[in-house]
Design a protein around this ligand. Structure first.
Ligand code: AMP
Ligand code: MG
Length: 330
């Protein structure tokens, strides 16, 4: 199959919607990373997405809708806290997990779980496509499972050329890191109060969510999970890894990091240099990992950021890209 490239103008958006209506899978831009979209109500299309990505069959997909109204029609239990969060953070990089109370969404989307993850993307092309299709889109990142997520259309092409009919090019993704995934828990002492549990950190931070309700960060966010039933199955997989070996460096300050590199650097070692701007670091992380692969890196050293604010999301991706290999710079 030849992969077509189209710019995300009105013609490109219409062609994308048409392909999606016919049961095809198409790479589309979102504000987080490029998504491999399909009709979330079509089990055969969903199966194609899993197959093309080589995605583990127990890693559920996020369903993208145009707003709370469309989410409401999917037969989900939407608690009051979610309505408040949707007003503040949708469209945007916040994915909320809801209990199903009807089987509107096929079990293939959530890999048989009784919950569904939902968000509203803010990229204008993604929103327009959902509105034109009038059905929700399941859209995991448009890469081969395990590789760094695609933040440019070229990244999608490198991973999925000849495997999908169309890549809709909407420029470089502005967030560069996937959405924050949260679930809600009822606080035992109170029937009405809900706690927010972050399963995967992303563009919406724990601090921002904490302004609305008690917010906890799941243990699996910063550490390796070896149990049987992770709350978020995707976080347990090897993830975001370039071909080079990534080594996460814990360093109190930049000087200690540089000293460590100078003392340990071998041929084929590269440094992934972060700036002072955490937004920029998040935006460029995956793209830099891919660039360093192209430059022939054998090992990539990167300093772990403070796990605060958006730094938590960068920390979470980097420690997984490093397969939890970290060293301390003394
Ligand atoms: P990706 O599609 O690669 O952005 O990954 C989607 C993330 O959402 C993974 O970490 C999944 O484990 C998580 N996710 C999707 N649906 C559910 C669900 N029903 N329950 C828990 N986590 C989910
Ligand atoms: Mg992904």
């Amino acid at each position: 199959m030849q992969t077509l490239f189209l710019v995300a103008d009105s013609g490109g958006i219409r062609t994308t919607a048409k392909l999606l209506r016919s049961g095809e899978i198409v790479a589309i831009p979102t504000e987080t990373v490029y998504g491999l979209a399909c009709n979330a109500l079509n089990p055969e299309a969903i199966e194609k997405v899993f197959k093309v990505k080589g995605r583990p069959s127990n890693n559920p997909l996020i369903v993208h809708v145009s707003g709370l109204e469309m989410a409401g029609k999917l037969g989900l239990e939407i608690p009051p806290i979610a309505e408040i969060l949707s007003e503040r953070f949708w469209p945007g990089p916040l994915t909320m997990i809801f209990k199903k109370n009807k089987d509107t969404i096929p079990p293939e989307v959530s890999c048989g779980l009784d919950t569904v993850a939902v968000r509203v993307p803010s990229h204008p092309a993604a929103l327009e496509i959902i509105k034109l299709c009038r059905f929700p889109l399941a859209a995991p990142s448009a890469n081969i499972s395990g590789s760094p997520s695609p933040t440019k259309s070229e990244h999608v092409y490198d991973d999925l050329k000849d495997k999908i009919p169309l890549i809709l090019d909407g420029g470089e993704c502005e967030g560069g890191i996937e959405s924050t995934v949260v679930m809600f828990e009822t606080i035992e002492s109170s029937e009405i109060s809900q706690r927010i549990r972050i399963l995967r950190p992303g563009g919406v931070t724990a601090e921002q969510l904490g302004e609305f309700a008690e917010t906890v960060i799941d243990d699996a966010v910063c550490a390796e999970y070896n149990g049987e039933n992770p709350s978020s199955p995707g976080t347990a997989h090897k993830h975001y890894s370039p071909k080079a070996q990534v080594i996460a460096v814990v360093a109190e300050n930049q000087e200690k990091f540089i000293n460590y590199i100078n003392a340990n650097k071998k041929k084929g070692d590269f440094i992934l240099s972060f700036t002072e701007d955490i937004n920029e670091n998040a935006r460029l992380l995956f793209s830099m990992l891919r660039d360093l692969d192209e430059m022939g890196a054998k090992r990539i050293f990167a300093r772990l950021p403070e796990p605060e604010g958006l730094g938590l999301a960068v920390y979470n991706r980097l420690i997984r890209a490093a397969e939890f290999n970290s060293v301390k710079a003394e």
